[in-house]
Design a protein around this ligand. Structure first.
Ligand SMILES: Cc1ncc(COP(=O)(O)O)c(C=O)c1O
Length: 398
């Protein structure tokens, strides 16, 4: 190869993206290619390492390249991948048993599916059939998913408006405003859906009295209370369910994202009464509860328990928040969060800062225009947290 050829040869990144461009949906325009990971580190096609504070948006709960997870998936793939939920499966049973060690009663039942949106759609169906009602209440800044069945519950107008009318009666209330919630919920409300800690909306934790009031109001009116813990659940905030820390129990809780460490999964946890309201065959899904996802989720739960990852998430979250607060940057309005679900609100738009952080080797994601979200794998180490803080400090100083 001549010197000129060498210099003009496309990088591995360019080569992959050029091949990819022809068939892309057009929804995104990636400019980086990741090829592997280890714990809280991911590596791109040029061999550059990044501290991953995004984790595929709260998905890589037990870290990249997790040996137990990889082994569980490989072993299960060799044994049995396919087994629908109308037939029993030993791995699914082991996973569900272990799941309910972490989920307090009266949530006794689970429907397994494949994503967060699918879990929320199922929750809405159960709420409708359990109450015979069709009106819903959701929170401003809330995010419930983008499939047509849950899109009406997602607040951000830019996600909903291109597809209007959506044909569902949804009232959006101000998050953490008890009076608005009380005024919106009545005897015609099928369900109130809330994230105990809002994720996409910019990391806002519910006030304890808000969730308690939501419980009282729904009980009084006969509406179903749904907690969407798709982003905040599975140990990320330091307890298995974020709502546990509030001492408030919902009728339905939805999980997804981190539950199987990256293998697609969704779960709808519900009370006996809610479960019993659905007619036999009233809902279903082909891949839900498949042995592969079940094996992965079981491995995630073992990792959480045996490595103490929930306590670790609490400690690392505190360290990261204190560290970023300690930078004392004038550009920061607030640092907030629970465990490893952290929002850094700036006094400016965050997109250029997120790009600069990526250049500095830290992957983050926005939560609205002015919030940087930090959602690292729960296995992030103290030294990695300190390194993230050091790089954030450098970027904010520049
Ligand atoms: C709180 C919450 N609910 C629902 C969803 C939708 O999940 P999925 O993208 O798996 O459909 C998300 C995804 O970001 C979420 O954060």
């Amino acid at each position: 190869m001549t010197d000129l050829e060498e210099r003009t040869r496309p990088t591995r990144t360019e080569a992959v993206l050029a091949r990819d461009a022809e068939h892309r949906s057009g929804l995104w325009d990636p400019d980086v290619v990741f090829v592997r990971g280890d714990g809280a580190v991911v590596v791109d096609a040029e061999g550059r390492e990044y501290l991953d504070c995004m984790a595929g948006i709260a998905v890589a709960s037990v870290g990249h390249g997790n040996a137990r997870l990889a082994r569980a998936i490989a072993d299960q793939a060799e044994r049995l991948i396919v087994c629908p939920q109308n037939l029993g499966n030993d791995t699914r049973t082991a996973f569900v048993e272990r799941l309910f060690r972490h989920v307090p009663p009266p949530l006794n039942r689970v429907f397994l599916c494949n994503s967060g949106s699918e879990a929320n759609e199922a929750a809405l169906k159960w709420a409708r059939v359990a109450t015979g009602r069709r009106r819903f209440v959701a929170a401003k800044r809330g995010f419930s998913g983008r499939t047509l069945g849950v899109l009406p519950m997602t607040w951000e107008p830019k996600y909903r408006e291109p597809f209007a009318p959506l044909g569902m009666e949804v009232t959006f209330v101000r998050y953490n405003d008890v009076d608005e919630l009380r005024a919106a919920v009545d005897e015609e409300t099928a369900a109130v859906l809330l994230e105990p800690v809002q994720g996409e909306g910019g990391i806002h934790a519910a006030d304890p009295e808000y969730l308690r009031a939501a419980r009282d109001i729904t009980e009084r009116t006969g509406a179903v209370l749904v907690f969407d813990e798709i982003q905040c659940g599975v140990g990320r905030t330091g307890t298995f369910l974020a709502s546990e820390a509030y001492g408030v129990s919902a009728d339905i809780v939805t999980l997804a994202k981190g539950l199987a460490g990256g293998v697609p999964i969704g779960a709808v946890l519900m009370t006996d009464a809610i479960a019993a309201s659905m007619p036999k065959g009233g809902h279903g899904t082909t891949f839900g509860g498949n042995p592969l996802a079940s094996a992965a989720a079981l491995a995630v739960l073992e990792e959480l328990d045996e490595r103490g990852l929930m306590e670790h998430a609490r400690a690392m979250g505190e360290r990261l928040m204190q560290g970023i607060r300690g930078i004392g940057s004038e550009r920061v309005r607030e640092v907030r969060g629970r465990g490893l679900m952290i929002g850094v609100e700036l006094k400016e738009k965050v997109a250029p800062v997120i790009a600069a952080l990526r250049d500095a080797g830290v992957l983050t994601i926005s939560g609205g225009a002015t919030v940087i979200r930090f959602l690292p794998p729960l296995v992030i180490t103290p030294a990695q947290v300190d390194e993230v803080v050091a790089r954030v400090a450098r970027v904010l100083a520049s």
